[in-house]
Design a protein around this ligand. Structure first.
Ligand code: ADP
Ligand code: MG
Length: 695
């Protein structure tokens, strides 16, 4: 049995393997492409492809696939074998061309009207900055995806573009400040991933979980998360075994899985990796989610990545830890010991603050989804209002700059434990505010509003783009400065003063904050349709077009895709509910009611003096609820069929949200109330207790 460090990355064509297996000149050319984005010639590509193939074959591979991230929300792959005929025999071949370019039939991927279905051509292109890897006998090549006419059809391309753009603007600003040794700035990301694990046999009895990933009916169990006994609690043996296996699989794929623990809700857990570049972090997070699901199968479990699988207990999110570092190893969001004297840090901080304030709508939009709507703005972490938390120290620094007052840093304060045997330790420079959607945490920002199943490419390309835009404005403002220090100071002060409203250090869950945020003019979009409407606001189109991330046409396409997918998802949920209601729940309650009625009449036959009070009151209650349930089912059914009348995606999505979704909630309420009164023997589905506590 090898130790973890020995098998770490064994399934990845990583830097060490490239160095070992590629001729020196080829390796050097490839490194230049990876580090500086220089174009790769076909000769180099051929040599890389050959080495990759040889390595993959040694690991038992017969196929390769271009792996990409279309607008479906999941990754896509199409496998081709290395087999090439030679006479009547076969040889294993893989060319540079095949490595660089693929051509999947793109007709069934959403394009938001960019391309008619008959225009099927789409191309995938190798992304050499994210290493190839082996899974299940196939060589996976991370790729970007575009249409025949060059329109972007995926999530990776805008991310890569935004990383380049941010790098260029950050380097430009650093040069203005006199820092000339930096050539590239990289966005770093560490996503903390929450998930639920439930028993596979129980899962198989729940059509709602199978079709939609969340329970559409289900009365709360007697116990939820109120005791906080699951959070960080000791991990059950079966789950611990799963986590061990998961770590191992992820490590083999070169993913730095680091932290694991139980989360707040029963059966909920979390995994956090060590951060890496935004691009690799995105690919790794997509892979992590896939491996989580696959590994669960082996353990007789199911991994649920839906944002709200169980009403009544916490849903799952993803914390996107984000920062920027130079190729000289400096974290640009590190306040250092004396942030009051660190103008460079202040400028980058000011750029993020200005960006979050000006593009709060985009941050909200990027985390909007049918699943995440159950969390954001619905009494659960975090709220739909985007604000920033800086912590006491930075908060005080910002105040002192705005007010022109002196500031004394507390950055290196110590905590005295008061116990001789325990070491004193250095305090972090910001406490935590768990309720904030966008919090400064030491030397990075943590964007906490992401849903658990979201592809993190989107929030990160939005973050990168908006910060790049602010940096570029700073460069414009300071470009001709004769006294850079004085002018930069004045700029920081101006920006912080103008964007102070986005900073909020209090409780983001309180009603007072909702009122206060409204006074401050912050936006509060409660659902996807409400938020998405603003995606194509002129200022947002300008942001992306100006910075060369996505075009206006591509934005309109994305807008249509998101709205259409939202409606489709809600439609599936409504149809699933109808099926459960009509085929199982109503018949089960009727059956139980029949038994009650028979019991009552049998008692009455024996003697009129025997009490049938229990049966009669239950029967009465269930019968009236059943009537309401059946009527509500018909209402929902009618509402669903009316949805077809809306021809534009926005009004249809709004209709699903305001009418269909509202009816679904009403139907669920009656169904859950009946579940509480119906004998366990009759109820057709496993209860919350069985799913969350295994009872
Ligand atoms: P929490 O207390 O919120 O669970 P942790 O301290 O465990 O936070 O870190 C969360 C994540 O932040 C980890 O994935 C970690 O690698 C990541 N992280 C740390 N530093 C950076 C950075 N400079 N850039 C991006 N992510 C970072
Ligand atoms: Mg966190």
């Amino acid at each position: 049995m090898k130790n973890a460090a020995e098998y770490f990355g064994c399934n990845v064509f990583n830097d060490r393997k490239m160095q070992e297996r590629l001729p020196k000149a080829v390796y050097k050319a490839l490194r230049k492409t990876i580090e500086n984005g220089e174009a790769l010639d076909l000769g180099t590509a051929n040599a890389v492809a050959h080495a990759m193939k040889e390595w993959a074959i040694e690991l038992g591979c017969t196929h390769f696939t271009h792996w990409f991230q279309p607008m479906t929300g999941v990754t896509a792959e199409k496998h081709d074998s290395f087999i090439t005929p030679k006479g009547d025999e076969a040889i294993m071949e893989f060319s540079g061309k095949e490595l660089i370019k693929g051509e999947p039939d793109a007709s069934s991927f959403p394009s938001g009207g960019i391309r008619a279905t008959f225009e099927a051509r789409g191309y995938t292109t190798w992304d050499p900055t994210s290493p190839a890897f082996v899974r299940d006998g196939t060589l996976y090549i991370p790729t970007a995806f575009c249409s025949y006419t060059g329109e972007v059809l995926d999530k990776k391309t805008p991310l890569l573009r935004s990383m380049d753009k941010l790098s260029r603007e950050a380097v430009r600003l650093l040069r203005l400040l006199g820092k000339t040794d930096v050539n590239r700035v990289t966005t770093t990301v560490g996503p903390e991933q929450e998930y639920f694990l439930i028993d596979r046999e129980t899962y198989k009895k729940r059509p709602d979980l199978i079709y939609t990933g969340r329970t559409l009916f289900g009365a709360m169990a007697p116990k939820g998360q109120e005791l906080d006994d699951h959070y960080f609690g000791s991990i059950k043996t079966r789950v611990a075994e799963y986590m061990r296996d998961l770590d191992k699989e992820l490590w083999k794929l070169g993913i730095f899985a680091k932290t694991k623990h139980n989360e707040v809700a029963p059966s909920q857990h979390e995994l956090a990796p060590v951060f890496t570049t935004a691009n690799i972090a995105t690919d790794h997070n997509e892979l992590t989610m896939e491996v989580m699901k696959k590994t669960a199968e082996k353990h007789g479990l199911v991994c649920l990545l839906h944002e709200k699988p169980f009403a009544g207990v916490n849903g799952s999110g993803k914390h996107n830890n984000w920062s920027i570092s130079t190729d000289t190893g400096e974290n640009l969001l590190n306040p250092t010991k004396c942030p009051e004297d660190n103008l460079q840090f202040q400028l980058f901080l000011a750029a993020v603050i200005k960006a979050v304030d000006e593009y709060q709508d985009l941050l909200r939009i990027t985390v909007a989804s049918a699943g995440n709507d159950h969390r954001l703005g619905a009494n659960e972490a975090p709220p739909a209002i985007i604000s920033m938390y800086l912590g006491d120290d930075l908060g005080a620094l910002v105040e002192s700059i705005i007010e022109g007052k002196d500031y004394k840093s507390h950055m290196a304060a110590k905590i005295e434990t008061g116990v001789d045997a325990l070491p004193d330790f250095k305090k972090d420079n910001s406490d935590r505010n768990r309720t904030s959607p966008f919090a400064f945490t030491g030397n990075k920002f943590e964007f906490r509003a992401l849903g658990s199943s979201l592809n993190i490419a989107c929030p990160n390309y939005i973050l990168n783009t908006m910060v790049a835009e602010e940096l570029s404005q700073f460069c414009e403002a300071l470009g001709d400065s004769a006294d850079i220090e004085a002018d930069a100071k004045a700029l920081v002060k101006k920006v912080l003063t103008e964007h102070r409203r986005i900073i909020f250090n209090g409780d983001n869950y309180s009603d007072e904050w909702v009122a206060e945020a409204e006074k401050r003019g912050l936006c509060n979009y409660k659902s996807l349709p409400e938020a998405m409407e603003h995606y194509i606001d002129q200022k947002n189109i300008e942001l992306f077009a100006k910075n060369g991330i996505v075009t206006e046409t591509e934005m309109h396409a994305r807008y249509e895709i998101e709205l259409e997918q939202y409606s489709k998802l809600l439609n599936i949920e409504a149809l699933t509910m109808l099926e459960m209601a009509k085929k199982s729940i109503a018949p089960a309650v009727m059956e139980f009611a029949k038994e009650l009625a028979e019991g009552i009449s049998m008692k009455k036959c024996v003697s009129s003096s025997i009490s049938a009070y229990a049966e009669e009151s239950l029967l009465e209650s269930l019968s009236s609820q059943l009537e309401a349930f059946v009527k509500k089912t018909s209402e929902l059914e009618a509402a669903v069929s009316n949805a077809a009348e809306y021809s534009d995606n926005l009004s249809q999505a709004k209709y699903y949200r305001n009418t269909v979704f509202a009816l679904m909630n009403e139907l669920r309420e009656i169904g859950d109330s009946m579940e509480k009164q119906t004998s366990r023997q009759y109820w057709p589905y496993p209860s919350y207790g069985e799913m969350l506590f295994g009872v």
